[in-house]
Ligand binder design. Structure first.
Ligand code: FAD
Ligand code: NAG
Ligand code: NAG
Ligand code: NAG
Ligand code: NAG
Ligand code: NAG
Ligand code: NAG
Ligand code: NAG
Length: 756
């Protein structure tokens, strides 16, 4: 049996990092690990590193006794990563270090030196494996950076291994797996504690190298910042467009961004070995998109948000697939939840198109590359009545159409708002961008906002202030704008109560009499998406994009470096399609398809040619009725509280109808084979059994919807001068991947704010 490629690369649509690691103390030993407890199986996975890197760590797995086996991989990929696995055999814990170079059972591995520590045990309810792992941070074909961060994986099986007494036993594929964010650089203990634990000792547990202290020592800052007209929080698409248009109108604007540089133009330098010295970073080179999900040094993800969120200049637009759709009239219709004075979006969409035109042929030589998936999927769609169009030439045509994928790339590079709007803002003296500056809350005097509190220790209380009549605009994204509101006493009382209970945040919370009760976080949506995987003899899977970082096809790398042309001048998608479906509730829903070479996950009993694989992702978009809720937990981590996917059975019915229609036409394309689901699984079973969190498309909108949290001037209700300009205010999902609609909404919001 072939193993799923699931751990190889995360889906194009993105896969929710369901959790971030936190520090916990093992009560049996006093060892302070960094890790998670996986909620579905109750297994705890932890790591702790010595004060300075010596290539080792102490790890542990604590699992309920019924667990077949459990394993952890500090580098979250199945291929070329060490896998530390264990299981109980009577009163013993048996362990094994494994390594896989293909999607087959991982083989026992030589190299890591494991010392089982004395707290390893089996009791009536659990088994626990505590071990020292030396020679474990670098291995042939991979490494982790103990001073960086990463996305470790865990794998779990409810089935026992074949021969529990034998460390080299065979076993079948995991029944579940996941990833989580881990800031390795924080997960260190003092050398004295580490040495004690590594020698089998217990106790201690001071962690002097962690940076979670909230008070700063040293002289109190006395500098006061210059007050401005507008403080904009967050340099994603919403915040950049807001800051550019406001500074263009002559306002003094301060843009605060918690992350650092992204593209070369912003001072970024992180790039693939083959592009070193070119000035082109991981974020510039479109063909490196898929590598964002499979890199040990993932500094670009926000670590205190459990979904993927870009924490760097450009926000989501520096880490997204760059699919870019001009909005449709339906996107801004009253039926989609917009106030009537927002429905004429065209003047604002036109402003956006002027600054940031789309392209469906991003290579600088104007040619299209790797078009086989486009050709094959076109043959599949034509008998179903679809016609080919240039999608952004006719945005309102979204029924039975397909076309080449359109992107916000310019000159063969990732562009978006960073290469356009931000550059004009930076030329103005009345505009200032501060990076690595984390906003904590807005400073309120009742309904009036007077400034923004940040972690900047160089100014008094970290507070940036407003001129009289000044305004604050929050643009921190659908998950993080709500956290800023809760920390400012705005939102449902259950969320503000969590802030009140948090030692770092409670001192800055306004009196309860000043709390503003608004449904912040309610009614969010994200497109549910389901992948279908196929093979066709004409297709080139492009090695599933797995080699583009370390070992690209030489002619493609050379061509890209020469003049930003060729395969690497585009992200992975090659074709998009749309179709409208009536629902049994009388509402019309649209399905979007995105087709690309390669696959994130393959599940089949049959043989197939890995070099011929491609994926069609089917998303439900405009008209979708399912909703969820986002918020925070006691640690102030931003997270979904209620998942938004397919909570309405009619949404599920329509998605299933759409998928079945695609599948019905497979026989029209000779040699086209669907391998996931394969011929042993019905489409109904596949959709019914689909892992809900794998439906995440990272397209969250609606946590501060217009009409319920902000008014038609994008002003937070109950405040005098607090505004929101980001994906949070969209009351419902647009027709396609949302950044085009978000940017058009930002243009319109700023026009309305300036007119106030
Ligand atoms: C993996 C992935 C793939 C995607 N693919 C596509 C795609 O192909 N096409 C598409 O249209 N959309 C795509 N999206 C969605 C799209 O990128 C987002 O919808 C869009 O970026 C949201 O814009 P925003 O301005 O609301 O917030 P964001 O882009 O999230 O920007 C928020 C900014 O605020 C900063 N910030 C947050 N909190 C604070 C704080 N307290 N202080 C200071 N700064 C703060 C963040 O660092 C960030 O820079 C994708 C998203 C992801 C994550
Ligand atoms: C460390 O591990 C590698 C394999 O990853 C192995 O080749 C090497 O010999 C090991 N070194 C020691 C000192 O054991
Ligand atoms: C077994 O050990 C685990 C992990 O330390 C602990 O949580 C659990 O309470 C123990 N069970 C019993 C019955 O002692
Ligand atoms: C403020 O927070 C940002 C983002 O977390 C961080 O990079 C920066 O170092 C912090 N600044 C200070 C002074 O701690
Ligand atoms: C708060 O606002 C009131 C008016 O609403 C004003 O009298 C008072 O001076 C303000 N306080 C501060 C600290 O700005
Ligand atoms: C949530 O959406 C439902 C309908 O989809 C609507 O009735 C309700 O008012 C919305 N609530 C908020 C807080 O927007
Ligand atoms: C071709 O597509 C049509 C339209 O869906 C379908 O009815 C027909 O069964 C397909 N033919 C084959 C051979 O699959
Ligand atoms: C499924 O497809 C494989 C080839 O991909 C074939 O060998 C097998 O017989 C098929 N099984 C069924 C039940 O149709």
């Amino acid at each position: 049996m072939l193993w799923r490629a699931a751990l190889a690369a995360l889906p194009f649509a993105g896969y929710a990092l369901a959790q971030s690691a936190t520090q916990y103390t093992d009560s049996d030993t006093g060892i302070t690990f960094w890790g998670i407890t996986d909620a579905s199986h109750g297994v705890t996975y932890g790591y702790v590193f010595p004060e300075t890197d010596t290539g080792e760590f102490i790890g542990e797995i604590v699992a309920p006794i019924a667990t077949g086996w459990a394993a952890q991989s500090p580098r979250g990929s199945m291929l070329n990563s060490i896998l530390l696995m264990a299981w109980a055999n009577g009163d013993d814990v048996v362990h094994s270090v494994r390594f896989a170079t293909g999607y087959v059972e991982p083989e026992p591995m030589e190299g890591p030196i494991i010392t089982v520590l004395p707290s390893t045990m089996v009791n009536a309810t659990h088994w626990k494996w505590v071990y020292r792992c030396q020679n474990c941070t670098t291995w042939t074909g991979g490494s982790i950076d103990p001073d960086g961060s990463g996305a470790p994986a865990w794998a779990f099986s409810s089935e026992p291994v074949d021969s529990p007494a034998d460390p080299d036993t065979d076993f079948s594929e995991h029944t579940d797996f996941g990833f989580y964010g881990l800031d390795f650089s924080a997960a260190h203990a003092s050398q004295a504690d580490y040495d004690n634990w590594a020698a089998g000792g217990t106790g201690g547990g001071g962690s002097p190298t962690t940076t979670t202290t909230t008070t700063t020592t040293g002289p109190t800052a006395t500098a006061t910042p210059t007050p401005v007209d507008y403080i904009v929080v967050g340099a994603g698409p919403g915040g950049i467009i807001a800051a550019d248009r406001l500074s263009e109108a002559g306002k003094d604007v301060l843009l605060l961004e918690r992350g650092g540089p992204s593209t070369g133009e912003t001072g970024g330098t992180y790039t693939a070995p083959w592009a070193a010295g070119s000035g082109l970073t991981k974020f510039d080179i479109p063909g490196l998109f898929e590598t964002l999900f499979n890199d040990a040094n993932s500094f670009w993800w926000c670590k205190d948000v459990t979904t993927f969120a870009g924490c760097l200049v450009g926000g989501g637009t520096e880490v997204n697939g760059a699919l870019y759709w001009y909005p449709t009239d339906l996107d801004f219709s009253t039926a989609n939840g917009w106030p009537s004075d927002w429905t004429n979006h065209n003047p604002y969409t036109n402003k956006l198109k002027q600054r940031l035109p789309s392209t469906d042929a991003p290579s600088t030589d104007g040619k299209r590359y790797l078009t086989q998936v486009y050709d094959v999927v076109g043959e599949l769609l034509k008998p179903l009545g679809f016609r080919s169009i240039t999608i952004n030439d006719d945005p309102n045509s979204k029924d039975h159409v397909y076309g080449y994928s359109a992107f916000d790339f310019l000159d063969g590079k990732r562009a978006g708002p960073v290469a356009t709007y931000l550059q004009t803002a930076l030329e103005r003296e009345n505009f200032k961008l501060l990076t690595y500056t984390n906003a904590l809350n807005v400073v309120r005097n009742g309904s009036a906002i007077t400034g923004v509190r940040t972690n900047d220790t160089s100014i008094v209380d970290g507070v940036y202030t407003l001129k009289p009549g000044g305004r604050v605009i929050l643009s921190a994204g659908t998950l993080q704008t709500p956290r800023l509101l809760f920390r400012s006493g705005i939102g449902p009382s259950d969320m503000i109560t969590l802030v009140q209970g948090n030692a770092a945040a409670t001192p800055f919370l306004p009196d309860e009499s000043d709390w503003i009760d608004l449904p912040v976080g309610d009614n969010v949506s994200d497109n549910p998406s389901i992948n279908l995987v196929f093979t066709h003899p004409d297709v080139d899977s492009y090695d599933n994009w797995a080699e583009v970082w370390a070992d690209p096809r030489p002619e493609d790398a050379e061509q890209y470096l020469e003049d930003q042309s060729g395969v690497l001048a585009a992200a992975s998608p090659r074709l998009n399609f749309w179709r409208a479906y009536p629902g049994s509730d009388g509402k019309t829903r649209y399905m979007q398809g995105t087709a690309r070479p390669g696959a994130a996950s393959i599940d089949t009993e049959n043989d197939y040619d890995i070099n011929k694989v491609f994926t069609i992702t089917c998303y439900l978009s405009t008209g979708i009725t399912s909703r969820g809720r986002v918020g925070i937990d006691a640690a102030l981590t931003a997270r979904p509280l209620v998942n938004p996917w397919l909570t309405d059975p009619v949404d599920k019915q329509v998605l299933l109808t759409g998928i079945k229609e695609i599948v019905s036409a497979i026989g029209n394309v000779s040699d086209l084979v669907m391998i996931t689901p394969d011929n042993t699984t019905t489409v109904d079973d596949y959709v019914n059994d689909y892992d809900l969190t794998a439906m995440n498309s990272n397209h969250w909108v609606g946590s501060a919807s217009i009409g319920s949290v902000v008014d038609s001037h994008a002003k937070v209700m109950g405040t005098d001068n607090l505004f929101i300009v980001d994906a949070s205010i969209l009351p419902a999902l647009p027709m396609g991947n949302p950044q085009g609609a978000i940017m058009s909404a930002a243009e319109q919001a700023i026009a309305k704010i300036l007119a106030l």
